[in-house]
Ligand binder design. Sequence first.
Ligand code: FAD
Length: 232
Amino acid sequence: MATIERIELFQPDHVIVAVGATRDAPPIAGKDLNHVFDGEQLRGLLFGSDVEAIKKLSIFQRLILKIGRASQLLRNVKALTMLSKIWMPLKKNITIIGGDLVGLELAEFLIERGRKVTVLEPSSSLGPNLSIVRRSRVVHLLKEHGATLLTNVQINEITKAGVLYEHNKEAHLAKADQVIIAMGANPNLDLANALQTRNIRSTAIGDCTSVGYIHGAIADARNAVLEMDDLA
Ligand SMILES: Cc1cc2nc3c(=O)[nH]c(=O)nc-3n(C[C@H](O)[C@H](O)[C@H](O)COP(=O)(O)OP(=O)(O)OC[C@H]3O[C@@H](n4cnc5c(N)ncnc54)[C@H](O)[C@@H]3O)c2cc1C
């Protein structure tokens, strides 16, 4: 983990900061309930780095994940894709809050693993950050497999029973065994700013400057390197 103190030890001429976005769930009432996870927590479960998220699991679930981590299987994408078709610490009925790129891709992943999925998107469109072709493909696949996809939804609260929301001025409950919040990706310039205050020359690239796509991050990286060549 790169910290300002560790970076200083290297006495670098230039630092490229590519730490990605932060993914913190928005302040929805009930987001700390045991059956609610956000993107960071799901990742923390896989890699064992989020103690609070791990506490939300049953002893059996913790044990299985511990074995997976100890065997390094969870670090292998192919193995993880295959094993997740057999078992995941997620129940049958899942509501995802957020229907952009992350929410829709997660919904697709879960539908392929036999889960019943509802996606609640506060804005008026699903997957605005997906390419048109990818968006129509994923939306079509989700609908074909019985997912419920709703836009213009006002999220009121997460309860033990599911998600309370308003749609077309009517109150509803999306019943759910588990709720996943797939919203709240933000740029993260903390490290870049800290470097600046210590007068260490740096360039921030990719999602830490502005949440986007792989090609944007690669273009940033290319430009950063070209600019460094100019400085040499
Ligand atoms: C679910 C999902 C699906 C996506 N699908 C697509 C897609 O299909 N096509 C597409 O173009 N884009 C997609 N994206 C977006 C794409 O992943 C990002 O735009 C891209 O990965 C940004 O690259 P990055 O290098 O800036 O950040 P990241 O890829 O997020 O990498 C940042 C890395 O820095 C590490 N890090 C953070 N802090 C520190 C620290 N202090 N010290 C050391 N390391 C640190 C992190 O652990 C991480 O490994 C998707 C994103 C998500 C979340």
